[in-house]
Structures are given as C-alpha cells and as structure tokens.
Design a protein around this ligand. Structure first.
Ligand code: NAP
Length: 243
C-alpha cells in the first residue's frame, strides 16, 4: 500500500488533504504539533474506514523531529510515496511593525519546515526512484500581499524551492509541485470579518471563497499518478483571483 505523509494534518487544509488521500486508499501519516486531540480523532475516524494510520507529533521547524518522523514512518509502513508539505503560519502586519521574532517564526515554519521534511524524505524516495511532493504555497507567494510581506516572501521561497527541486529530483523519478491557494475558509482566515470575506469573494472571478475540499482535490491530483508528467508547477486554487 502506498503511503502519504501530510504535515499539519489535524485541521484545515491539511485535514482535508488527509481525508481525501485516505479515501483514495493511501496509508496515512498524520503529522501534528499542538492539535493532538484533533489528530487522534482523525486517526480513529480513518482507522474505522480501514485506513492504516500513524499519528506523529513533530514540529517541522526541528530537523531532528522531522527525521525521527520519517524513520518511524519507514519502521511502520516500510515506504513513503507522497509528502504534502502543508504546515504553515501566517502573519498580517506592516513590515515596519514586524519584529525579528515574528520574521523568524514565519520563515522557520513556512520555509525551513518544508526544507526539513523534504531533506528527511528525499533519500528514501531517491532509493525507490519514485515519489511525489506537494508543497502548499499561497497566491501571496505568486503575487505578493500588502501587509503580508514576510508571509508572501516565505511562500515565494516555497515556489522557488519547488521549481529547483523538480529539476534536481526529476531524474530520480520524483515529482515536486506546488499549490497556491487563494482565500480558503479555515482557522487561518477566521480573523477576517464577514465584510472582509465578502469583499474578497466579490473580487474573485468565481465569486466565492475557497473550501478546504477545493485544495484537497488539487493535492490528490498532484500527488497521484493522474499528474505523472507534471512537475515544477504552481497550481493556483484561487477561483481565478490571480490571473
Ligand atoms: P490552519 O488552519 O491555521 O492550520 C495550520 C496547520 O499548520 C495546523 O495543522 C498546525 O498544526 C500546522 N503547523 C503550524 N506550525 C507547525 C509546526 N511548526 N510544525 C508542525 N505543524 C505546524 O491553516 P490552513 O488555512 O489550513 O493552512 C494550511 C496551509 O495552507 C498553510 O501552509 C497556509 O499558509 C496555506 N494557505 C492557506 C490559505 C488560507 O486561506 N487558509 C491560503 C493560502 C495558503 P497544529 O495545530 O497541530 O499545531
């Protein structure tokens, strides 16, 4: 059975990707950091549908925790086929109001976290001469978002990392792609008022905000053999917001 590891899998976009991949028959590694209760509930839900699941607490900003999680995955499942680098943190602040600590937290989570998980999983994928890595960026990483310069920079870095790795790992049979979601309704976007959400929807050609399921469907496509000749791409799941 092929296996998929999803970081930040207990809630939001990560949870939807996890449920969608489990529905396609993959064994699942649920990575979580703080949301233990939600992770264990999700594990029970998937296991009740006969999906083998490992739930593993690891902070993606720490390479040794990332490596230990991949080692445990190999011990339990004996293989790792798909990685969804979803864990992320956002920051909405003017650049002059952003502290060094805030900058470091965003870059550590969104860039170093993707690097750590990738560094830890690539040797096993290279050994198997196959694998698919899907990184979750953002439309702000494509177009830049006002008052989100550090977040935008971190998500642009994910795009650069994706494109470079696609070239580096293509000859080893590993595909690396990226999803750039638009405004998706999750805990991350709960801070916005209904008025702000309505304004964003109005400025979106498809006239609505995105759902976690919209992103999960794209993640399953990029993860699976359905996209077998696609690598190094950024798929915007944004209702047309970035054209
Ligand atoms: P969310 O609901 O706030 O969830 C964030 C997830 O990241 C949680 O599962 C959290 O795990 C995990 N996480 C954060 N720091 C971590 C760390 N150091 N180690 C391990 N896990 C960590 O966010 P979301 O909206 O689902 O966003 C998921 C991804 O999509 C992020 O990369 C985000 O930047 C991107 N995105 C979101 C939107 C949007 O509109 N929502 C748009 C574009 C891109 P715990 O709860 O276990 O700590």
């Amino acid at each position: 059975m092929k296996t998929a590891l999803i970081t930040g899998a207990a809630r939001g976009i990560g949870r939807a990707c996890t449920e969608a991949l489990a529905g396609k028959g993959y064994g699942i590694i649920i990575n979580y950091r703080e949301s233990e209760e939600k992770a264990l509930c999700l594990k029970a839900e998937l296991e009740s549908n006969n999906t083998p699941v490992l739930a593993y607490k690891a902070d993606v900003t720490d390479y040794f925790q990332a490596k230990a999680m991949i080692d445990k995955t190999l011990e339990i499942f004996g293989r790792l086929d798909i990685v969804i680098n979803n864990a992320g943190a956002s920051l909405e602040k003017l650049v002059q109001d952003t502290s060094e600590e805030e900058y470091i937290k965003i870059m550590d989570t969104n860039v170093k976290g993707v690097f750590n998980i990738t560094k830890a999983c690539v040797p096993v994928m290279v050994h198997n001469k196959s694998g698919s890595i899907v990184n979750i960026s953002s439309i702000w990483g494509v177009s830049g978002g006002a008052a989100e310069s550090v977040y935008s920079a971190s998500k642009s870095a994910v795009i650069g990392f994706t494109k470079a790795l696609a070239k580096e790992l293509g000859p080893s049979g590993i595909r690396v792609n990226c999803i750039a979601p638009g405004f998706i309704l999750t805990d991350m976007t709960n801070k916005y008022t209904q008025q702000e959400k309505d304004a964003f929807a109005l400025n979106t050609p498809l006239c609505r905000l995105g759902t976690v399921s919209d992103v999960a469907k794209a993640a399953v496509f990029l993860a699976s053999e359905e996209s077998s000749f696609i690598t190094g791409q950024v798929l915007c799941v944004d209702g047309g917001a970035v054209i």
